[in-house]
Design a protein around this ligand. Structure first.
Ligand SMILES: Nc1ncnc2c1ncn2[C@@H]1O[C@H](COP(=O)(O)OP(=O)(O)O)[C@@H](O)[C@H]1O
Ligand SMILES: [Mg+2]
Length: 262
């Protein structure tokens, strides 16, 4: 397998191992680097360890072996201040979790005011700018329950951006959305990619991964078993396991010519 290194890495995983309390091995020796401004798509069958991997990078799981470095600094092991790391590494989950008792602006200001001690006027101006950028300029005073799923995920993304993260982790952020809302969220992510945001993206949206990722990692059973450019991974996967996986997505997308009417 190719050496998974890159120039100017912001994130470096070396032989990362993780085990759940019941003994289940979540990660079985994962190594790769992510370069600054690189977009890496992580794909693979359900249960292969994609979420576990992102959760280890954000300190939500403790690793049992190996190391993770952020901008050269080891962030695994005793004494790590995860509350500081999480300001540098933002994460968005499948289930949007805005604070229900705060309006949209309140959700966006919470981290900057309480954690980063930013000045309110300045943080508010940034929040309004980000809302505008994701097409939600008129929803600053809406309550989370008044938003659609796609709107909530767009707010969840910019809530991360308010902390000016060096790295964004996105874990199947469109998986709970109705189909018509998937695009509006993926468009935001594509915009971030174009702006140079470094991202690790777990997704089942294969055409999106293909369009937006610089590199694809294919995982199976707690390991990265392929790493390739999107062109190569989707056109010529190297392993049978990846071919089987991709075959499940063959009819994803527009109806095939001559295929069954939908
Ligand atoms: N808290 C847990 N305790 C035990 N096993 C878990 C726990 N969370 C996840 N797992 C198992 O670890 C494996 C990887 O899970 P996960 O990282 O969520 O997979 P993916 O995100 O790729 O679908 C799965 O087999 C899952 O059942
Ligand atoms: Mg998962």
């Amino acid at each position: 397998m190719a050496q998974l290194t890159s120039d100017n890495p912001i994130l470096q995983l070396e032989d990362v191992r993780q085990r759940y309390p019941n003994g289940h091995v979540g990660l079985d020796g994962v190594s790769f680097d992510v370069a600054t401004s690189e977009v890496v798509a992580i794909v693979g069958p359900s249960g292969c360890g994609k979420s576990t991997l992102l959760r280890c990078v954000n300190g939500l799981e403790t690793i049992a072996g190996g190391s993770i470095r952020l901008d050269g600094q080891v962030i695994t092991g005793p004494g790590v201040r995860w509350e500081l790391i999480r300001q540098r590494v933002g994460m968005v989950f499948q289930e949007y979790e805005l604070f229900p008792h705060l309006d949209v602006l309140g959700n966006l200001l919470l981290g900057p005011l309480k954690v980063a001690k930013e000045e309110r006027t300045e943080a508010t101006a940034r929040a309004l700018g980000l809302l505008e950028r994701v097409g939600l300029a008129d929803r600053a005073d809406a309550w989370p329950r008044q938003l659609s799923g796609g709107q909530k995920q767009r707010v969840a993304i910019i809530r991360c951006l308010m902390m000016r993260p060096e790295l964004l982790l996105l874990d199947e952020i469109t998986a709970s959305l109705d189909p018509e809302m998937v695009r509006e969220v993926l468009d935001v992510v594509a915009g971030l990619a174009a702006d140079g945001m470094t991202m690790l993206i777990v997704t089942h949206e294969m055409s999106f991964a293909r369009a937006v990722a610089d590199r694809v990692l294919f995982m199976d059973a707690g390991r990265v078993i392929e790493t390739a450019s999107p062109e190569r991974f989707f056109n010529q996967p190297a392993t049978d396991r990846a071919r089987q996986f991709l075959a499940m997505f063959r009819f994803d997308g527009p109806p095939q010519r001559g295929g069954a009417p939908s």
